[in-house]
Design a binder for this molecule. Sequence first.
Ligand code: ADP
Ligand code: ASP
Ligand code: MG
Length: 463
Amino acid sequence: MKFGGTSVGTGENIRNVANIVKNNSKKGHKILVVVSALAGITNQLIHEAEEIKEGKEERIQEFIKELTEKHLQAIDKAIENKKLKNETEVDVKKIIEELEKILIGICYVGELTLKTKDQVLSFGERLAALIVSATLRDYNLESQYFSGKKAGIVTDSKFGEANPLMNFTTHQAIKRIKPLLEKNMIPVITGFIAANQDGVVTTLGRGGSDYTATILGVALDVDEIWIWTDVDGIMTSDPKIILDAKTLIGLSYGEAAEMAIFGAKAMHPRALEPIIKKQIPVRIRNVFNPKNPGTLISEGAEVKSIEVVKAIALITDVSMINIRGAGMVGAPGSYAKIFKILGKNNINIMMVSTAVSEANISIIIKRNQLEKAISTLEIALLGKGLGNKVTSEDDVCVIAAMGANMKGSLGVASRIFTAVAKKKINIHMIAQGSSELNISFVVKERDGPTAVNAIHEEFNLSK
Ligand code: ADP
Ligand code: ASP
Ligand code: MG
């Protein structure tokens, strides 16, 4: 069972989590728990570390105080037993002292490398797992707390977006975690964080706790993986944008992967990778509505729908880069050059579109990488005789319409774009992958929700 940030956002919610674990444990299930940082903590750690790097030394004490208070408050509400409460408070303070030293280091060196950033980020999950494990003990369950590293998850050294070494991880997880499960102990493991082969902390990318759950699920060959979150499952669209979005009760691995990759935030984009081969069923369920069975992801679980479009995602926080220039026309390797430069600088390309005239290529990347991407491209293309001009727009968003039935169906694109055009929304870029499982396009960010709504209505998704 993996519990996301909102599931463990407050002491009361942590008790709710403990209740869910206890009820399922009583039914005879052996359970391994993976937890995210308390809601908002990862964002705060990133933000504060950036500020402190700029030399704002006074922020260190203020932030440490806020962080301590937030976690002590959670402990106070989550744990009833006095002795357990005191012990957990002491442990939390000890961990936060360690963070304080790292922040002082960052402040004085004035540098925040990806490696150090992963160190800082690891504290959110470390604190959460410690508190959740203690709360389970408060519920008279036997539980032990582990960091992803201690649980045996080993990755490469791609800090900020590390990849698990599955064979090694499996070997270690079986040795370290399996014996505990056999003794009916409930291990609580930090999501999101792991370590490279040298034992240095790495992270699996934002939202990576889902990935931790599937990595461990595969390593330990579990029967099912349950991702507990704050909505009823994977829905036809983000329920925060589309109020009458409906829960999809069943999805195939392919469909779910497509949705996750295209930003249905309910799941980390790579979380399904390890389990597809093993075909372990995954359920997405709501901690605030545990009676609801949620979404089942498994082969053959997909629900046949009459409509070709099953779900629509809105991906914000992206930017569009346009590279124009006569120099690209008929010049073999000019696209390769662009991709190579971006790849070398760790800039992930989310979407691409080109015109047959070859004089223009549009690329979508994460917004926080825009400055780096533009400067890199400018430097690299300077003097290459391509005569290129690089421009960008950072107030755009991507909309992706998905569904396995789209493959081979006629007129889907026309229905999507007519629905959007009727709302007088201008489309800036379009891409359809050869999988034909989705059509993605770009509009101004302010038009995003209206466009999603228009397509949701056109394909009757709230029915
Ligand atoms: P957690 O903290 O549990 O990992 P996340 O915030 O990462 O939760 O993901 C859950 C959120 O994803 C929901 O609250 C919802 O607003 C958003 N979301 C976006 N698209 C979808 C979708 N298609 N179905 C369900 N939730 C979605
Ligand atoms: N806490 C991490 C994040 O916010 C990991 C997760 O929540 O899955 O990205
Ligand atoms: Mg998440």
